[in-house]
Design a protein around this ligand. Structure first.
Ligand SMILES: [Zn+2]
Length: 675
């Protein structure tokens, strides 16, 4: 029996050590899709590309356990031996992400059920109910066999538990899930009467008298609205339930191994509140894919990496998957432009990733993801993509000394809380156009464009060290959070809260006495009525420009009105306010500012906030990582123009010394600063 060696998020350091201090570079490797004669070529090409870490066996359950209790590890033995002989380390998967056909055949009760009550068929992946005892038993049995067999294998440096938990089975409405939901509710509320209070069941005659009357929010009658308290607790439960499954599988691994383990998160995955998961693994790893049609996909990547780093409490983390070029699951799968893959990888590493891995190593010939790009494309090694893969491997090797350093303290925190996101976007609300994610992205982009360091934090994370805290439509706030925000401002911080923030408490009950109830005093505004705008309408303001989506009827109570609504029924009412509080400032933004208006306001708010590197045009990112051995400025030029970067030091990629440095259009520099 082994014990756990790593702290909650220090496992990346162990992985880096196992890789000889290098940045991890590699991919999911699925040798089972290919005849064995291809494997030798795989290892040879991995070495050519500088690959040092591959994830093996993620979807191998059906091959490893072809019949229940019958195992075939021979092929995996040979794969791991070949990789080890080639100097390639392995992130070995528990292989539990997708149970084989025999599993549901034996355990039909583990079938995933949708909100209408329909069973979902086998034929893709993740075909199981996350509450299923049979699934947990089958998974942990396989894990025990696998980990006992391979823990001592010299190629294996870490464990990859399951894969993208809940990607296709995050909400299951079967009877077993209903039982688990009731158990979760009993733990949360203790007495049915407390649940009745939290769910406001006095409304619409929903008062429950026994736990067994309560179920998941299955589909209600047409045009009807489910109880929002029930919906909120259901989303909380579903995230917790899958986290519990992660705990069960992680414990099964740890019974036989002390090597670090992780599971790959999926960034801003709405159904999974990963911030409450991060104590399960030994390191945080994340998968990130660009939405090709998103014209702001570059800042969106940066925002996701800023989120991932905050899950890791600032420690290095691992980019487990991204793509070399197009994916297969969007309506139009656009290839990455020249240099985009390299810039994407460096964006992640700049923001704290100590590895850049892809899905997948070799592009598949068959199966649902055969058009997903890979490190070895269908065209083979005579291709631009392969040359870019080899170059990136060399680049990451050249910056190995960055591994283990931390991104310097950010000046801005954007609070983005999952419970609030869920509650803010349920049905029967003032406007379907309210989108906390869109508002958060707009504020993050304003910081990104100015090269301000940003963390995407949760409501319970410490706020020390930030100059500015932004609350983008954080609809649900607890009293405790309000107290901490108040203390932050009084101590000299700048708070920016937007409309639809602080409207309800943790039970999704309205805070009475004027909006935004929780923050009305701190912000010095009292809003009497929401006046959402018709779809697509804009409302002119007396300063900055115009707003959209939202306006409000109310007045300032101690705050200065810096912009009011200029026309319409709310004309003269406050749209943007500022209040001095203690040593700090609290801003309120009561509408969704148009991009130009937000830019003008951001310039005003961030006037004293220090950028990582000043004077760079929008689209040239600069991020600093700090270690005992030195400081490193990553410069990523996403523009079509060369830029002069006023930083002195040695570019680890080009070898150029001195400075300022010229970073050409589309290029990257990693400058070790002169002391
Ligand atoms: Zn279920």
């Amino acid at each position: 029996m082994a014990h756990r060696a790593a702290g909650p998020v220090r496992g990346m350091e162990q992985v880096t050590q196992a890789l000889g201090g290098r940045i991890a570079y590699g991919a999911d490797y699925n040798p089972e899709q290919w005849p064995e004669e291809v494997w030798d070529e795989d290892v040879r090409l991995m070495r050519e590309a500088g690959v040092n870490l591959v994830s093996v066996g993620i979807f191998s359950w059906a091959l490893l356990e072809p019949e229940p209790g019958t195992y075939d590890f021979g092929w995996l033995d040979r794969v791991l031996d070949k990789l080890h002989a080639g100097g390639i380390a392995v992130d070995l998967a528990t292989a539990t992400a997708s149970p084989p056909p025999w599993f549901l055949e034996r355990h039909p009760e583990a079938t995933l059920v949708d909100p209408i009550g329909n069973p979902r068929a086998f034929g893709a992946r993740q075909a199981y109910c996350p509450s299923s005892v049979a699934y947990r038993d089958a998974a942990t049995t396989l894990i025990a066999e696998l980990v006992k067999r391979y823990d001592d294998h010299p190629a294996v440096v870490m464990w990859h538990v399951n894969n993208e938990y809940g990607c296709h089975n995050d909400h299951c409405f079967c009877d077993a899930s209903a039982v688990a939901f009731r158990r979760w509710l009993q733990e949360r509320y203790g007495a049915v009467e407390r649940l009745n209070e939290a769910w406001a069941t006095a409304f619409w005659s929903q008062r429950y008298t026994r736990w067994d009357q309560i179920g998941p929010p299955r589909q209600v009658s047409y045009g009807n609205f489910a109880n929002p308290g029930q919906q909120l607790d259901w989303w909380r439960f579903c995230s917790d339930e899958i986290r519990n499954l992660y705990r069960v599988e992680a414990a099964a691994v740890r019974s036989h191994s002390a090597k670090p383990l992780t599971t790959n998160f999926m960034g801003f995955r709405k159904s999974l509140d990963y911030r409450s998961w991060t104590d399960v693994g030994d390191l945080v790893s994340n998968d990130h894919y660009l939405i090709a049609a998103d014209e702001d996909r570059t800042p969106q990547l940066a925002m996701t990496a800023d989120l991932t780093r905050s899950w890791a409490h600032g420690e290095p983390w691992l980019l487990m998957e991204h793509s070399t070029s197009a994916v297969n699951w969007q309506p139009r799968n656009i290839a990455k432009t020249t240099g985009e893959m390299r810039r994407n990888s460096f964006q992640h590493v700049a923001r704290g990733a100590d590895g850049a891995l892809f899905f997948q190593w070799r592009a598949s010939r068959g199966g649902a993801e055969k058009f997903h790009s890979a490190m070895v494309p269908h065209a083979g090694t005579e291709s631009r993509l392969w040359r870019d893969v080899v170059r990136l491997g060399a680049d990451l090797s050249a910056i190995a000394e960055v591994a283990g350093t931390r991104v310097e303290q950010a000046s801005v925190a954007i609070v983005f809380d999952w419970e609030s996101w869920w509650a803010a976007t349920f049905d029967s609300h003032p406007s379907v156009d309210v989108d906390p994610m869109a508002t958060a992205r707009a504020w993050h982009k304003a910081c990104w464009a100015r090269n301000l360091g940003v963390d995407i934090v949760g409501v319970t994370d410490p706020l020390d060290g930030y100059d500015v805290v932004v609350l983008p439509a954080q609809y649900l706030l607890s009293d405790e959070t309000v107290d901490r925000l108040t203390a932050f401002v009084e101590a000299g911080g700048t708070l920016v809260a937007t409309y639809f923030t602080g409207i309800v408490d943790e039970h999704d009950h309205i805070r009475l006495g004027g909006y935004p109830g929780a923050l009305s005093d701190l912000l010095g505004v009292r809003i009497e009525e929401f006046c959402p705008l018709p779809e697509g309408d804009e409302i002119p303001l007396t300063a900055y420009g115009s707003g959209a989506i939202w306006s409000e009827r109310g007045r300032a109570v101690g705050a200065d009105v810096v912009a009011a609504y200029a026309t319409g029924d709310c004309a003269g009412d406050p749209a943007v306010t500022r209040r001095r509080v203690g040593k700090g400032t609290a801003w309120y933004v009561g509408t969704e500012l148009a991009p130009d208006a937000l830019d003008t306001l951001a310039t005003q708010i961030f006037t004293t906030t220090k950028p990582v590197v000043g004077g760079l045009p929008e689209g040239v990112e600069a991020i600093r990582r700090v270690g005992e051995q030195g400081t490193y400025v990553f410069v990523i030029n996403h523009t079509h123009e060369a830029v002069i970067v006023p930083v002195r030091g040695t570019d680890l990629l080009s070898g150029n010394e001195g400075g300022p440095h010229l970073v050409r259009a589309g290029q990257v520099a990693v400058i070790r600063e002169d002391r």
